[in-house]
Design a protein around this ligand. Structure first.
Ligand SMILES: Cc1cc2nc3c(=O)[nH]c(=O)nc-3n(C[C@H](O)[C@H](O)[C@H](O)COP(=O)(O)OP(=O)(O)OC[C@H]3O[C@@H](n4cnc5c(N)ncnc54)[C@H](O)[C@@H]3O)c2cc1C
Length: 397
């Protein structure tokens, strides 16, 4: 029997609601505390959920929400900026597709599902501090209120406060010299409806896919030595960013035309891409991290949200089965660390290919078709990531 009866979860993004749903399934109550006053921050473009993320959601019956809101993507097509095909990475044999979904809508659906199961969300509660005794942990919020629980779960994202409470010397996220943008163009492009296209353009990387509504969603990773937080980037008017993007992609199709047909109010500006370096401590005492607070692998991985979902469920499984809180956290970290660090390492390599100079970029475009026909094996690169399944019914030793 577990000794944990109540968890305080900080953050109602993706990992927070999933942790609450998984804990409920494990017979543990929780309350989710979210800094934002409302039910959505309204920021963010599309998220990808990989087959492993979908399988994890299925354990909670939350896969249907994703499939109702999202769009299946079965293959990835690589081209150069002239539209010349470089290669294709089809979905792995026997696996369901990847799904792309609006980050804000998906988060809302998860919260609604949790609320329907009786889980309480408290908004406008920004965690500032926490202290603990041998028997409980107390969370302190910016409105002067406090909450007491058996454990405190930091699902508070890449700029986590809980991370610093666990370890004041914890590293901060690292910014990658790539500016992240997303948008929707009001026109269709000639594209397969189940494919995501990756364009290795003259001056930057550009991804796009045709939506069922006939519009085209896109994202850009634009090399930029000037590192910017999302707030700094959003301080620049959207019109100005569109002007710069149109300049950067003027030689690349269909980026050029998609940017012409994207309105400034449909542009999502996220600042420099970020990733978490290896974190020495995931937990201390009664506090633990889950999701981007512990292991944000950078958006190039296509796995950030899927890993956050997996970790939230694995944490609930460990708290269900291991009576001592400290031992449960050790078991959780043992289950997760190698996996998430391998994904982060692959994403870091992908980021390098997006920041190459013009000569190296041309070489890569020439060599990639040969590599894809010969030694590049999608199963070897992505198989372990996408075939991972959580053994929910297996007891954690
Ligand atoms: C603004 C934003 C936009 C994003 N856009 C994209 C995108 O377009 N594509 C993509 O692939 N990924 C995007 N991501 C990343 C993606 O959402 C995450 O990788 C994934 O959702 C897993 O995150 P998480 O639940 O661990 O953290 P998040 O989704 O970041 O959720 C963390 C939650 O904690 C809350 N919080 C933070 N600090 C505190 C505190 N002190 N007290 C209480 N609550 C707190 C935040 O308000 C947030 O709701 C974005 C993230 C953010 C924050």
């Amino acid at each position: 029997m577990t000794r944990i009866r109540k968890a305080l979860i900080v953050g109602a993004g993706i990992a927070g609601p999933v942790a609450a749903l998984a804990l409920r399934r494990a017979g543990i109550d929780s309350v989710v505390y979210e800094a934002r006053p409302g039910t959505g921050d309204g920021v963010g473009a599309m998220l990808a959920i990989a087959p492993n993320g979908l399988a994890a959601l299925k354990l909670l019956g939350a896969d249907r929400a994703l499939q109702a809101l999202g769009q299946p993507i079965r293959t990835m097509v690589m081209t150069d900026g002239r539209g010349k095909r470089i290669g294709e990475i089809p979905g792995l044999a026997g696996l369901p597709p990847n799904w792309v979904v609006d980050r804000v809508e998906f988060g809302r659906a998860l919260r609604e599902q949790a609320v329907a199961k009786g889980i309480r969300f408290e908004h406008g509660k920004r965690l500032l501090d926490a202290d603990e005794t041998s028997a409980a942990v107390t969370a302190r919020f910016d409105d002067g209120s406090a909450a007491i629980g058996d454990v405190l779960i930091g699902a508070d994202g890449i700029h986590s406060v809980v991370r610093k409470l666990i370890d004041p010397n914890a590293p901060d996220p690292v910014r990658v010299p790539l500016l992240n943008f997303g948008g929707v163009a009001d026109i269709p492009v000639a594209a397969r409806p189940d494919a995501m296209y990756f364009v290795f353009g003259d001056r930057g990387f550009f991804g796009y896919w045709l939506q069922p509504d006939g519009r085209t969603a896109w994202f850009s990773n634009l090399p930029s030595a000037t590192l910017m937080t999302s707030a700094e980037a959003r301080a620049v008017p959207a019109d100005e960013w569109l002007r710069r993007l149109r300049g950067a992609y003027m030689q690349d199709e269909p980026a050029r035309v998609l940017l012409q047909h994207t309105a400034a109010d449909r542009l999502v500006v996220l600042g420099s891409m970020e990733m978490m370096p290896t974190l020495p401590h995931w937990h201390r005492g009664r506090m633990v991290l889950v999701g981007d607070s512990a292991h944000a692998p950078s958006s190039s991985s296509g796995q950030g949200a899927s890993l956050a979902i997996e970790s939230a469920i694995e944490l609930a499984r460990c708290l269900r089965d291991v009576p001592d809180v400290g031992d449960a956290f050790v078991a959780f970290e043992r289950h997760r660390r190698v996996r998430v660090e391998q994904v982060a390492a692959r994403a870091a390599k992908t980021n390098q290919s997006k920041t190459l100079g013009p000569v190296a970029r041309t070489l890569m475009r020439l060599l990639m078709p040969v590599a894809m026909r010969t030694f590049m094996d999608p199963e070897r690169t992505l198989g372990a990531e996408q075939r991972y399944r959580i053994e929910w019914s297996e007891v954690v030793a």
